[in-house]
Design a protein around this ligand. Structure first.
Ligand SMILES: *Cc1c(COP(=O)(O)O)cnc(C)c1O
Length: 341
């Protein structure tokens, strides 16, 4: 099976497993874990932030950031397709007491669509306290919001008194694709989340970066959310290994995604996004059910993920070669063209 469901399906490589096995560890809740400290310092440096905090998942990091930056009984601006509103089990509502105010319009938030979501202040309407941005934007097909545009949106939010959270689960990919340093993206936000278990190939881990004051509050909230971890250096070691060995190869995933999209789009019946990074969204032929496409592709040896009512998603990653990806694309093209396998 060529598994293109997500870049989270990668297995730790022998080198990463060795780094994990040999990690220097402590008790991160009691008095600190040296490998976690090292990862947090490295992440803060890469993102140009004062400090960073290690988390088991990106979702917990996002939700802690929302909890710290938002105010209960207010709204957070977020794109209608964003992970925070679509894939985190209504965490902002359940945990932080906030409701989303959706930024509408495919494929991602822009200055115009953000401004269109803002309503004139009124005694009736809820106030907003937070703006959440996502880069790369997963549901739009791993697309990059350029740093200057990201700053323009964030600045417009700040003028309204909003804090800004950047969901940068795949900020690594945005940086690799655009040649923009990570810090130039992260500087738009009060807090930036990055994930180590996507393109970097670590089994577990994410981080939040921001000011020391905010990270102090986030540390407290992480414990409250059940995210205080003990010998977490075994996890952080995998993340450090991913930064050292896999950050530089993300462009290979991007090249594979481009090749994949070019081949699948030869089937004129499907609409394929032109990938900027490692995600390809495929709108299945009209009259076809994406669940059927997912099942049929699986039978032919390609795993894609069912995304919504019209789309399936394919993601390239370090455990699939260019050869695998080309083979998978050819299988999907033939499937969409109605050819028998
Ligand atoms: C994967 C992802 C997250 C975090 O996911 P976890 O599975 O909780 O680590 C957050 N935002 C985006 C855009 C993601 O793709």
């Amino acid at each position: 099976m060529i598994d293109l469901r997500s870049d989270t399906v990668t297995k730790p490589s022998p080198g990463m497993r060795k780094a994990i096995a040999e990690a220097d560890v402590g008790d991160d809740v009691l008095d600190g874990d040296p490998t976690v400290r090292k990862l947090e310092a490295k992440t803060a440096e890469l993102l140009g932030a004062e400090a960073a905090l290690f988390f088991p998942t990106g979702t917990m990091a996002n939700e802690v950031a929302i909890w710290c930056l938002g105010k209960p009984g207010t709204e957070l601006f977020v794109h209608e397709d964003a992970h925070i509103v679509d894939r985190e089990k209504a965490g902002a509502a359940a945990l932080a007491g906030m409701q989303p105010r959706l930024i509408r319009g495919a494929p991602r938030a822009t200055l115009e669509t953000f401004k269109a979501a803002v309503r004139a202040p009124s005694g009736y309407l809820p106030r907003a306290s937070l703006l959440c941005l996502e880069n790369t934007h997963n549901s739009g097909g791993g697309i990059v919001t350029p740093a200057d545009e990201l700053h323009a949106i964030a600045d417009a939010g700040r003028k309204l008194g909003l804090h800004v959270l950047l969901d940068g689960a795949r900020l690594w990919n945005a940086s690799a694709a655009s040649g923009t340093p990570l810090s130039a993206f992260a500087s738009c936000a009060d807090a930036t989340m990055v994930s180590f278990s996507k393109g970097l190939g670590a089994p577990v881990g994410a981080a939040l970066a921001g000011s020391k004051t905010l990270m102090f509050e986030a540390h407290e909230a992480r414990r409250r959310f059940g995210g205080g971890m003990r010998q977490s250096g075994v996890l952080a070691a995998g993340c450090l290994y991913g930064i050292e060995h896999n950050l530089g190869r993300l462009k290979d995933d991007h090249a594979a995604a481009k090749a994949f999209a070019a081949i699948v789009s030869e089937a004129k019946t499907a609409t394929v996004t032109t990938p900027e990074t490692n995600i390809v969204m495929i709108t299945v032929p009209s009259g076809t059910d994406p669940a059927t496409v997912e099942r049929e592709a699986g039978k032919r040896g390609v795993a894609v993920s069912l995304w919504d009512t019209t789309r399936v998603r394919a993601v390239t990653h370090l455990d699939v070669s260019m050869e695998d990806v080309v083979r998978a694309a050819t299988i999907l093209r033939d499937l969409f063209s109605g050819a028998k396998s």
